[in-house]
Design a binder for this molecule. Sequence first.
Ligand code: IVH
Length: 658
Amino acid sequence: MEAKDNIEKLRKQVQHHEYLYYVLDKPEISDAEYDRLFSELKALEARHPDLITADSPTQRVGGEPLKSFKTVTHKKPLLSLDNAMNEAELEEFDRRVREGLGEEIVEYVCELKMDGLAVALVYKNGRFQVGSTRGDGVQGEDITRNLKTIKSLPLILNKEIDLEVRGEVYLPYDDFIKLNEEREAEDETKFANPRNAAAGSLRQLDPKITADRPLDIFVYFAEINHDLKTHFARLEYARNLGFKINPNIKLCHGLAEVKKYIKHWDNGREKLDYEIDGIVIKVNDIADQHKLGFTARAPRWAIAFKYPPLQAETMVEDIKVQVGRTGAITPVAYLKPVHLAGVMVKRATLHNEDEVKRKGIEIGDYVIVQRAGEVIPEVVKVSRHSAHAKPFKMPKHCPICDSALYRPEGEAITRCINARCPAQVKERIRHFCTREAMEIEHVGPALVEQLVENKLIKDVADLYSLKKTDLEKLERFAEKSAQNVIDSIRNSKDRPHDRLLYALGIRMVGRTVAALLAQHYDSLEDLLNIKAEDLQKIHGIGPKVAELVEHFFSQKDNHKLIERLKNAGIRVKGQGSRVPQLLKNLTFVFTGGMETMTRPGAEELVRQLGGHPASSVSKQTDYVVAGTDPGSKYDKAKKLGVKIINEDEFKKLLGGSI
Ligand code: IVH
């Protein structure tokens, strides 16, 4: 009995100090003292294994890797938030809220909008039971064991109550940079941004990997204690229960104070050690929240004010061109390194020749760069022109294979049309191995470079005949790492065939088009010698894409490649995974003409991606896509305050997949 008491006492102590350190950031004992307590607890538990419980602080990491995640149905759907992109939209929100409540001035809670991953945490009797991802809002994945590895997430609360809280899991900037440096050193693909890194870390089947990533969590919503009548009081209460609540939340009386808060953090956000992409504004009074209610997708009592992307100024030291996997020649600005949103920016894409001209960018100029959530920053404009600047000239020959470059009439992109150009070969193989394609771990850019340079492979099919001994000949390769590479190549053989279709790197075939093709053609072989006119019958596939797909599958070289992939034992048919439901439950109305797709095509895409196309605008409409010369639907949308977007923004919603 004495052991049990001792263990419990120690657990309480360890837990208390973890709370002070990880949640409140106010430690009362030294790290060494904490380590001593923790080791003592571990030693005692080791002597009495029957007394170990799952929620002991020593048990944050444990268990065998899972085969897959279980699905969890959320008790209440995890909704999204409507966005305000500018002050006018924010004022509109405040006006609607005041009208809805019949009040002159409303009390709001302002919070930072962390750019991470939404999770739901369920507690029973004060003990952490299940944690899940947002998923499609209705169902998510059970990631309990991974969430347990987050030190600021309480396993046991101060009260034995049942409750559900929601929050955002994120990876601090410093840890994100460190993680990417490690990945680069190990030739693994780098994460595009802290958000992707957090998502990738949470979706590990082996909690030991998650435990290595210093994830953190802020709780922003708690459905607790009905005596508490305000959101602010509930968050305070949740903090006392043991949850980490962002210290920067603020009560704001009326819109003027909200605007002040927004301004303050627009200037201050770069100093935070995590990424935020806006401010969330919530009606504080819970009864008022109920009065205002929800739309199909978001609460009417809250809005996310989105900040514009972070920008910085620096000098263009050089402009060089890069050769992509489709032979596209992209000018890239080499910049004087500058700190931007937590990362050092050294390069920025300039897209194409015309863009460089249009923006008037010359070598030696000072420019504004921005990073909008993605890896590759872009140059917004020239801020100071240098008198000594040198203009950029598109080369006439490929910098890699020296063949003549070609820019078709009416197109913006200059290309190297030598399919055997080593740069293209390497890029195609790299693309094939990426996470979204065949997901071949351990085969990153540096290894592909080595393999091609050493003439061990010249296309993607060659990957599957690599031997361990081939790899061991390479520099810096040990037996274990060679085996890892061979294993991950072998493990990729059974990917659903839409992934293979995407991995082949056909121009303009993103993940959505690949999934559409896989839905209509059960096997890659059915696509050989396919005609563009047949492909165009698939809604969502336009003439340009159809032509490119026809071209790809008409090439004898590609027939041979597919044959070799098949002979290597790669799945070329079946199990085409479903099209990602990116627009699930969203209603779209189209008005006006579009440039790159037809209206029925766009409507079919919406349907395929889980949304609903509608013919008339109502309050239930989520988006009106306005093309050229929009009709009366546009005015109606304006009147009802429905979000209006253009064709480009619509395509962005498709996740860059078309
Ligand atoms: S409240 C019904 N508060 O933003 C309440 N969300 O665009 C809905 N987020 O899915 C969420 N920080 O992942 C809320 N302080 C905050 C937030 C926050 C980040 C994320 C969350 C949500 C998304 C909505």
